[in-house]
Design a protein around this ligand. Structure first.
Ligand code: SF4
Length: 634
């Protein structure tokens, strides 16, 4: 057999009910690159249509791409994909850290798990061997305690672990999977799915080599490190995403304030929780990088009575302005505890902010909240409510299935104030930038800014530059609807392909103009694997993966065009302060834009269902067959 470069060449398929496994060849799926692409293929082919995310028949797939574990800068990402516990559609979650590289060194590109263990267990993958270990004594441990205990029990400090905390064990549909204390795969309730299978953790260790194709690889890889050395990346290196993005985002009206009533926060409050202030307070003790990343954007904080890591911009947004909390210690503690409990900070922030708005409006009161005074900025109540949510206690139990279900239980028009897309809690502001909001709403995983949502609208990109990069003139124009469907589609392809390689999105031109382009990724792929890829082919693979995700939703849900709209309040309530004062979304223009978006994708303009011709052109015959068999396609 010829050598395989980049990939390990093996996919581990686990039947957890029988505690058995088999191995498949990765190379047969190379047209989907790896990571997310291969994971999504296994979901589409193997999850029964009528199963719930928490049924044993659900599949959870963990994947590292072909560049992971090599010298490609920031090639550390792990894609975790499963049936979404909140929406019933697809979930695709992603985290950095060291697990993905160690998974490759342990001998596997992807791990696909179905079935359910009869007892709480962890799976240990050690240099190609797989061990299932019942660990009832791990019950109730936080993610931080679990990582430590596994390393101690197996007497190996170099073992890498992904695990769930009490939130996942308690089957919260907002539970996350955590690795390295602060790298979190959070979306879609992936931690709840792991909990439903009685998997406390997956641990990996190995020393197997990854072969590299190009004999001049070292010479060629150097230029990619230089690419990440420009001034934008210096800002990220110096102060992390919180330092580089938080204040500029506010200046561009991109801040979720008091449950998204506004998108601009008081500059005094911004200062109080800025990275500059955090640094002055001396909280930062260490800067930390994920595997092989020259950007080291993560922090380790010690705030006196509490230590944690991984705090970044979206955590600050969801746990600060969203609830009007301007105490940096409180925000850091909410973040750290969420990671330890294994719950998505975006969901927690969204849910508590929503409860605060209901409380402030008199829709709920102390009798319903177990005596908690949920006024804006009340971080003591926020901390108590976080714990109640994780342990499903009293008022906190309301949130076990996400904000949409909580609002349906409360009634009293509380759904109007609930920020969700397709049933998944979303923390993001959506009114001041059209493509940003639309990209979030159209994400197949049920909302999120790391797929089609571009950041270009806040950067004042010129028409010429916009045209050169995306083939439309309006990428830098925040309030314009024209051209935005094309811009979103481009980013969907780009993001899906990057997540299949296993690279960090923060190093790409999505985040900063000087970041990696499709051409760069195609070259990195080619020199690593020896498989020639052009930039067009790279984006085409992203398009293929995106269509598999979309088709999964068609197969498993009844989503229609109305589910691609954000909540009504974004169309009805104007922003009252900040540079985007007076802005709200326009329903008619939104509707026309997404019809156009369906058309340019080759999907039915009314339903958004991919057309047979489109799927055929993408080489997705198996998708056509399954959709037809389930009467989802004529
Ligand atoms: S940019 Fe930050 S999150 Fe991304 S890989 Fe590097 S250290 Fe990790």
């Amino acid at each position: 057999m010829n050598s395989i470069y980049g990939w390990t060449g093996k996919i581990l398929i686990i039947n957890l009910t029988e505690k058995k496994y088999k191995i498949e060849d990765t190379y047969q799926y190379k047209d989907l690159i790896g990571g997310k692409g291969i994971n999504q293929l296994f979901l589409f082919n193997n999850i029964p249509v009528n199963c719930d995310a928490f049924d044993p028949e659900n599949v959870i797939a963990i994947g590292a791409g072909p560049l992971v574990g090599t010298l490609s800068p920031s090639a550390c990402r792990l894609s975790i994909d499963t049936k979404n516990a909140l929406t019933g559609g697809t979930a695709s979650s992603n985290c950095g850290g060291y697990f993905a590289a160690e998974l490759k060194y342990s001998g596997f590109d992807n791990v696909v798990i179905n079935g359910k263990s009869n007892k709480l267990c962890y799976i240990f993958i050690n240099n190609g061997k797989v061990i299932f270990k019942d660990v009832c004594n791990y019950k109730g441990l936080t993610t931080w305690e679990t990582e430590k205990k596994i390393r101690r029990d197996l007497n190996d400090e170099r073992i890498k672990v992904i695990s769930i905390g009490p939130a996942g064990e308690n089957l919260l549909r907002t539970a996350a999977i955590v690795t390295d204390n602060g790298r979190v795969a959070a979306k879609g309730g992936v931690g709840g799915v792991m909990g439903s299978k009685n998997i406390k953790a997956v641990a990996v260790r190995g020393n197997q080599s990854i072969l590299i194709y190009d004999k001049n690889y070292i010479k060629k890889i150097v230029k990619f490190y230089y690419k990440l050395s420009g001034k934008d990346f210096d800002a990220l290196r110096l102060s992390g995403t919180h330092g580089a993005i938080f204040e500029p985002a506010n200046n561009r009206s991109a801040m979720p304030v008091r449950n998204n009533q506004e998108e601009y926060w008081d500059p005094e409050k911004i200062k109080k929780v800025s990275q500059e202030t955090i640094n002055k307070l001396g909280f930062e003790k260490l800067r930390i990088a994920c595997f092989g990343c020259p950007l080291y954007c993560s922090h380790f904080y010690d705030i006196g009575d509490f230590k944690c890591e991984g705090f970044e911009n979206t955590n600050a947004m969801a746990l600060g302005p969203k609830m009007d909390i301007d105490d940096p210690k409180a925000i850091i503690k909410l973040h750290g505890l969420s990671n330890a409990y294994g719950i998505d900070t975006d969901c927690v922030g969204t849910e508590i902010a929503w409860a605060m708005e209901l409380f402030e409006r008199g829709i709920i009161d102390e009798k319903e909240t177990d005596g908690l005074i949920l006024n804006w900025g009340n971080y003591k109540s926020a901390l108590k409510l976080l714990e109640k949510i994780v342990y499903k206690k009293g008022f906190g139990a309301l949130f076990a299935d996400g904000i949409k279900v909580a609002a349906e239980k409360i009634g009293r028009n509380s759904i109007y104030y609930a920020a969700h897309i397709k049933g998944e809690d979303v923390f993001e502001p959506m009114r001041a930038k059209v493509a940003w909001g639309m990209g979030i709403a159209l994400a197949p995983k049920g909302g999120g800014h790391c797929e089609g949502a571009p950041v270009t609208e806040g950067l004042g990109l010129s028409e010429k530059e916009s045209m050169k990069r995306y083939g439309v003139k309006t990428a830098g124009k925040p309030f314009t609807y024209a051209g935005k469907p094309e811009l979103i589609k481009w980013h969907e392809q780009f993001s899906a392909a990057i997540n299949s390689l296993g690279m960090c999105y923060l190093g790409s031109m999505w985040a900063f103009a000087e970041g990696f382009s499709p051409k760069d990724y195609a070259e990195l792929f080619s020199i690593t694997t020896g498989e020639k890829l052009t930039e067009e082919q790279f984006l085409d693979i992203g398009l293929k993966v995106h269509n598999i995700e979309k088709s999964f939703n068609v197969l498993h849900t009844n989503f229609s065009k109305k589910d691609d709209f954000p909540p009504d309040r974004y169309f009805e309530e104007e922003l009252n302060v900040g540079p985007s004062k007076g802005r709200k979304l326009d329903k008619e223009k939104w509707s026309q834009a997404i019809t156009h978006y369906y058309k340019i994708h080759g999907w039915d303009p009314n339903t958004g269902i991919p057309k047979k011709d489109t799927l055929e052109k993408l080489g997705l015959g198996f998708v056509i067959k399954k959709l037809k068999n389930n009467k989802k396609l004529d």
